[in-house]
Design a binder for this molecule. Structure first.
Ligand SMILES: [Cu+2]
Length: 162
């Protein structure tokens, strides 16, 4: 589900959206960077050669990310595939990482969204999302699945940008 930025939603619509999105909070892509996100996204993603995008694949299932330790280099273009091989939806959620990258495009079963700010990514069972991005801020960020209980079952990880 592609949601509009929460700031543009009136409260009744927001409540309805949250119900539809379910417990994992759904995929939430903001068209304008919320506070704390990388700015100048258009310029940053235009500054790199996407024919050189580095492919990275993360497999999601019950209840783990494989690999669960990810490392990216600042300034390099990446094409991250998030493959849900499980039988239920999983999220790829890392607020710190989402704030540290400039996203060129997110492609889901619903289509492509250009230069969104990632608020949450929920990948339905059997589907694959693709995130093209450039890391901007160095740091180490927690990764977790926000479906109920999944992180407690070990569905967590770490993302490093250096
Ligand atoms: Cu999960």
């Amino acid at each position: 589900m592609i949601q509009r930025p929460a700031t543009l939603l009136t409260p009744p619509i927001l409540a309805f959206t949250l119900i539809l999105a379910g417990c994992g909070a759904g995929t939430d892509l903001a068209q304008r960077p919320p506070p704390g996100y990388v700015g100048d996204v258009g310029a940053r993603v235009s500054a790199v050669d996407w024919t050189q995008a580095r492919p990275v694949t993360v497999r999601l299932d019950e209840f783990r990310f494989q690999p669960d330790r990810l490392a990216f280099e600042r300034g390099a273009p990446y094409r991250l595939k998030l493959e849900n091989h499980g039988t239920v939806a999983h999220t790829f959620t890392s607020e710190g990482f989402f704030k540290a990258i400039a996203v060129r495009r997110v492609t889901t079963a619903q289509g492509a969204v250009e230069t969104p700010a990632l608020v949450n990514l929920e990948i339905p069972a059997g589907q694959t999302d693709v995130v093209e991005f450039v890391p901007v801020q160095a740091g180490t960020y927690d990764l977790a699945c926000h479906e109920p209980l999944h992180s407690g079952f070990g569905m967590t990880g770490t993302i490093t940008v250096r």
